[in-house]
Structure formats: C-alpha cells, structure tokens
Design a protein around this ligand. Sequence first.
Ligand code: ADP
Ligand code: MG
Length: 364
Amino acid sequence: MTISNGTSVSVRELRLNYGNLEVLKTLNLDVADGEFLVLLGPSGCGKSTLLNCIAGLLDITDGQIFIKSKNVTWLEPKDRDIGMVFQSYALYPQMTVEKNLSFGLRVAGTPKAEIAERISRASQMLQIEPLLQRKPAALSGGQRQRVAIGRALVRDVDVFLFDEPLSNLDAKLRSELRVEIKRLHQRLQNTMIYVTHDQIEAMTLADRIAVMRGGVIQQLDAPQTIYNRPVNRFVAGFLGSPGMNFLNGNIGADASTFQVGDVSVPLERYTFEQSVSPDAPVVFGIRPEHIAVGTAASAQPFSQNVKVEIMEPMGSDTLVWSKLGGNNFAFRVEAENHLRTGDVTRIGFDPARASIFDADDNRI
Ligand SMILES: Nc1ncnc2c1ncn2[C@@H]1O[C@H](COP(=O)(O)OP(=O)(O)O)[C@@H](O)[C@H]1O
Ligand SMILES: [Mg+2]
C-alpha cells in the first residue's frame, strides 16, 4: 500500500463492529498534511469511533490506518505520534495545571529543561500562564478545556485529534474557544481532526468537512461546497440554521420547470447533474438567505406573492414563515422591517442556487 506524499492520516477500508452492530462500514479517508478536517454528523453516527480507531484506542475489525505514511494499524496509542483532546477534560484533580501539563512528558523521560520550555510555550499560546499553580477544581470549564488542549499541545505531535472539545461549554465560551482553536491551527499548521455535531463549528473551523451518517461518509469537501452543493438531502438539511426549505413537488411535463401546488419554478438556470424525467417526484431545496423579498424579489428569475404567517425575530434579522405551493417556506428579512402577520409580500430567488433531490434524496 502506498500513501501519497502530503498525506498525514490515511484510513483504508476501515470496518469496526461492536458484536453484530456495524458502526463503520468500509470507510476511506485521507487527511492532508496540515489540514483541519472536521468529522460532522448526528449523535451515534460513528464520529468518536472513527477518531478512537485513528488514535488506537479501539481494535478495528478490518482495514488499515496510516499516519505519516507509516502503517500504525497495530501500534499502541502512545506510539502513534498523536495528541488527543476529549469532551470531558480528564485532568488529574490532585495535580496542579503545571503537573497536568507535564505528566505525559515526565513519564516519557523528557529532560526537565525541555519540559519547562514546552509548558511555557503552550501556556502562553493558550493564555493559561496565570493558572499554572492551580488545581483543576479551581478552574472554570473553559479554563479546564484550555489545559486539556495544552496537554496535547506540549507533546509536540504531528496530528491532533479533538472529540467535541467544546460541547460541555456554554455558548459564549464555545465561540471564544472556537476562535482560539482556529488561531492555534494557523500558528502550528499541523494536522487536526476534529469531531463535532455542531455545524457552525464545522463550517467555521474546517478546511474540509466529512459529513457522516450511520458510519458512512456522505460528503467530504470544503465547507462552502458542502453548504451550497450538498450531495443529498441529509447533508442539505444537516447544515444551515435556519435550515434549507424543502418543497415537495415534481418536475414539469416538459422537464424545464419544478411544479409545487399551483406554483411553477423555471429550471433553465439550474445545473442538473443527472438527466431528469418529466413528472418525476422531486424535492426542491432553497436556503432562506438566498431568497429576496419585496421589490428586490421581482428582479429574480422566479418570484411569487406569499402570505406572512409567522415572524420570528432573531435579533440580527427576522425569520418569516409563509407557504409556497402548500409547503412551509421560510425567508430572512432585516430586523427593522415593515412586515406584519397576514401581509402579502413578494419573494423571489435564482433557481441556480437551489438543490434538487430525487425520490432517493440524492442530488440531481
Ligand atoms: N462500546 C460500545 N459497545 C457497543 N456499541 C457502541 C460502543 N460505543 C459506541 N457504540 C455504538 O456505536 C455507534 C457510534 O457511536 P459513536 O462513535 O460514539 O458516535 P458519535 O461519536 O458519532 O456520537 C452508536 O450506535 C453507539 O451506540
Ligand atoms: Mg462522540
């Protein structure tokens, strides 16, 4: 087996079963050197299992794992040159922050001066210098997680594995630490594989996102591609908040329109990836932020009057719920707007920005 230059982590034909349960099903994944790769998917889809296989914490059923083109499939975790950060901080409660950071290095017999230097560098980067003499009980959740990241950082490894490191933190801390992690990656430029179920974290951090479902990678691509050209309805629905609008209808008799209720959307501007048959049942997806409202709507290739049913002020903007061809349909307007429940307003969009899915939920 040859692993191409520039590949940091390579997972080949990986299978992992728990008894009869197939958790990972012949999974392949190549992570480039220095890449920030995010594994994104709902709870139970196998993200942690995959990460733990890479880390060597689980015995795999079949397949191979390479790190820096070395076959590590049967190596102990400590011999894999990885640093791992978990959701639960797993700090030693009786040790100070400094001792927590140095523990692994002391066990490995690293010279004292070098330990001191690495701790100084990591604690500077993570802004935990003032906390070095405290014990974990005297730290906030965010500070504990910084220490946990620091513990991986001092090991000076090629690959960092993160398993939902921010999930236990409140929303404000989560977004702060998210930026810190991104900054860290920009400085260190090492390979990071980061597990999350949070699509915002995935979008903001990733060079590429692997969207997983039921132990299978559904799509692996740059965040914008995943967001704008989802390969199936699952991926389309998993990213974006508020979510994509899905209209259940069918292709028109001449195959150049989408028909939903009494509404007809022209599809000349939509780029089909597969040929379509007239009358085929399809789901038409369009994101709320791609919808123009009022006078701007009439300038769009498709526009239509709709009735305002519900207004949801979000602070920065307002989400408006209406119906299009009998389907629920949401769009955004500015926070300062003149719309009221019951108003009729014009909405419009460019069908080029849509995603159309066939009866099997695959993009067409
Ligand atoms: N030790 C285990 N024994 C049996 N099943 C497990 C074990 N660990 C995880 N699973 C199952 O494997 C699947 C994937 O779990 P996991 O990788 O933890 O998902 P995620 O991290 O995406 O939430 C789930 O269905 C889970 O119930
Ligand atoms: Mg998990």
